[in-house]
Ligand binder design. Structure first.
Ligand SMILES: [Cu+2]
Length: 284
């Protein structure tokens, strides 16, 4: 019986170490092989130009990445320390014939330490992230003079409206497009979102922005793109049967190209002249 117990304990120790080793190997593979675009093109699309995040393409994207990396390093260090502790205790206090179990009431100093340290880290992260959050999301800090674009998603497309030369929406000179969002390189822009049917979510990974578009209320984001190129808009809210194909495109072009594109898309001027012409033919 005791032989059985001891062999099953050995098996448990072996299993624990095997699982930890497998996870470590998996992480090693992920970092060295899968994330290396020269090795595995099928895993990493070219838009991944760093360790594991899509390329960053807004003024605040690098700050979000810094915060992401900091939180990842903190959790990774804690994870490794905890796993090492588990393995150490597993081996150090394994069963031995004649060894008695030790009963302990705990250690107040330790309890206080491992309560205060995580609390301090969390408060630091909360304060640190709050200033970045308000820079991105506080309407009072939006770039005031930035032009406004209106996006009204619906099942399953992005209806995009530019106010046209008069700067006002719902006027005849509005430029409307579907799924094709053109933005000027290095110029701030505000995007007002309102869904037409169900909740959708405007998500451009490269901008590091994700914002729900809700029926009946307006939400807003602002962006200042820092790279030219074409990127995807994904809907990040499960919005119906064809949610998966609700794909839009962001084209970051030079300010001149944007102006040219807007001109080319301008609605044809209404032709009130048509009516008088037909009248004159009648009178003839
Ligand atoms: Cu959607």
């Amino acid at each position: 019986m005791s032989e059985n117990n001891s062999s099953s304990r050995k098996f448990n120790i072996f299993l624990t170490i095997a699982v930890i080793a497998a996870v470590a190997l998996g992480i090693y593979f992920y970092v060295t092989v899968a994330m290396n675009p020269h090795v595995s093109k099928s895993v990493t699309k070219s838009r991944y130009d760093n360790f594991w995040l899509p390329s960053s393409n807004s003024t605040y994207a690098p700050k979000i990445d810094d915060m992401f990396n900091m939180i990842m390093w903190i959790t990774m260090i804690v994870f490794v320390l905890v796993e090492l502790g588990i393995v150490y205790f597993l081996i150090r206090y394994r069963h031995k014939p004649g060894r008695k179990a030790l009963y302990t009431h705990g250690n107040n100093k330790l309890e206080i330490a491992w309560t205060i340290v995580p609390a301090v880290i969390l408060v630091f992260l909360a304060i640190f992230s709050n200033s970045l959050w308000s820079e991105i999301r506080d309407p009072a800090k939006f770039p005031k003079d930035a032009p406004v674009i209106r996006i009204k998603p619906r099942q399953f497309q992005w209806d995009i409206t530019y106010p046209g030369p008069d700067g006002k929406f719902d006027t005849p000179d509005d430029v409307t497009t579907i799924n094709q969002l053109y933005l000027a390189y290095n110029q701030p822009v505000q995007i007002k979102l309102q869904a037409q049917d169900v909740i959708h979510s405007f998500f451009v990974p490269e901008f590091r922005i994700k914002q729900d578009a809700v029926p009946g209320m307006q939400t807003a984001v602002w962006i200042q793109p820092t790279k030219m190129g074409d990127f995807n808009i994904a809907c990040a809210e499960l919005c119906g049967a064809q949610h998966y194909r609700m794909m839009g495109y962001v084209h970051i072009v030079s300010p001149d190209s944007l102006a040219g594109w807007l001109k080319s898309q301008a609605p044809a001027p209404e032709t009130p002249a048509a009516a008088p012409t037909s009248d004159t033919t009648k009178t003839k």
